[in-house]
Write a protein that binds this ligand. Structure first.
Ligand SMILES: Cc1cc2nc3c(=O)[nH]c(=O)nc-3n(C[C@H](O)[C@H](O)[C@H](O)COP(=O)(O)O)c2cc1C
Length: 336
């Protein structure tokens, strides 16, 4: 069984990649991920806000509670766990690159094309073999147009690309007016891979305390359909690597994502819940299924059910939406 795949120009032994999460905060956990079979590891993010506030501790930043840290707050459910300053972050990449045999992918997370981007080069120099760029921008400014929002992504990507030689992937949210065009623009601007998607952490209200809560729910496999759609649509239409992120719980989601067109499938929630050893179950499940269904390689699976490969490409578009509504009308019509 040939599980090999290529992502961002990296030859990987299989398509299972732990995505950015607290699991990459400790070398021993990273080692456990490698031992369980992970083919690469994406580090948790180094945030623009952290780099800006290098002199301050992360706890101080969070206790300021200003809007400018809203995004990082969403990603820091247990702030103390992430108390890794920029220097410690680079040291961790350096140690991991030296002691593990699999590629380490650094992660930078920010929203402005300014000085913090210099850290991309530091991450490269520390030994990362690729970089994932997460532009977690919540466009709440009434005066920022969609054109400006999109340009922000392109500008940040170009600035990062100009400062490194390693491949750069960009982790996107699905909330663009034209996901297809945005993806094309990013590829034209030099991006080597798209990670679909970033999970958008939305606030809730606690009705008793009348507080806005920012808790983080881990994902379930029910959430794969949006990334699945866009992977299937973009496969074979852009010259770039594709990574699936969100909702991989078992080998079933891995298979679906590969068939849609992913080069790798990433997972965070399932590893947090089940531990690093879960990587092995994903690989074993994938291998068994391929064996039973007479697939010999991951390459054979990749994109085999993308929009360009299926008999009826309209299944991914408006025509299918109308069909589904019509079909379900009968089923859901109330009687009596
Ligand atoms: C506790 C936690 C911490 C995370 N930290 C980061 C991060 O630092 N940078 C990032 O880009 N994504 C981060 N993510 C997002 C994950 O990498 C991933 O994209 C998202 O959780 C969807 O994948 P999943 O459904 O497998 O969890 C984090 C997710 C979780 C659950």
């Amino acid at each position: 069984m040939n599980l090999k795949t290529t992502y961002l120009g990296l030859d990987l032994k299989n398509p299972i990649v732990p995505s950015a999460s607290p699991l990459s905060q400790r070398l021993d956990h990273m080692k456990q991920l490698e031992d369980a079979g992970a083919s690469a590891i994406v580090m948790f993010s180094l945030f623009e806000e952290q780099i800006r506030a290098e002199a301050e501790s992360l706890e101080d930043m969070l206790s300021m509670g200003t809007d400018s840290f809203a995004e990082s707050l969403e990603f820091f459910p247990r702030a103390s766990e992430y108390s890794v300053g920029p220097d410690a972050y680079l040291n961790l990449i350096s140690d991991a690159s030296a002691s593990l045999d699999i590629p380490i992918i650094g992660s930078l997370n920010g929203v402005t094309p300014t000085g913090w981007i210099d850290y991309a080069r530091n991450i490269q120099e520390a030994g990362a073999q690729a970089l994932e760029l997460n532009v977690y921008h919540v466009a709440t400014d009434l005066n920022e147009s969609s054109v400006q929002v999109e340009q922000r992504y392109v500008d940040i990507l170009k600035a990062v690309k100009a400062s490194v030689d390693i491949p750069v992937a960009i982790k996107l949210s699905p909330y663009f007016s034209s996901m297809a065009n945005m993806s094309k623009r990013l590829v034209e601007a030099g991006c080597d891979g798209l990670v679909l998607f970033n999970r958008f952490y939305q606030p809730d209200y606690d009705l008793e305390s009348l507080q806005v809560t920012a808790d983080l729910n881990l994902s379930t496999s029910h959430e794969i359909r949006l990334p699945l759609l866009w992977l299937a649509v973009l496969k074979n239409r852009l010259n770039t690597s594709l990574a699936a992120s969100t909702g991989v719980e078992t080998h079933v989601e891995v298979l679906k994502y590969l068939m849609a067109g992913a080069d790798v499938t990433m997972t965070a929630s399932s590893l947090i819940t089940k531990g690093p050893g879960h990587v092995r179950s994903l690989i074993d499940g994938l291998t068994e299924w391929m064996d039973e269904h007479e697939y010999v390689s991951v390459e054979q699976l990749k994109g085999s059910m993308s929009q360009s490969a299926v008999a009826d490409p309209s299944t991914f578009e408006r025509a299918n939406y109308i069909k589904i509504l019509e079909k379900n009308k009968a089923e859901y019509t109330l009687t009596g």
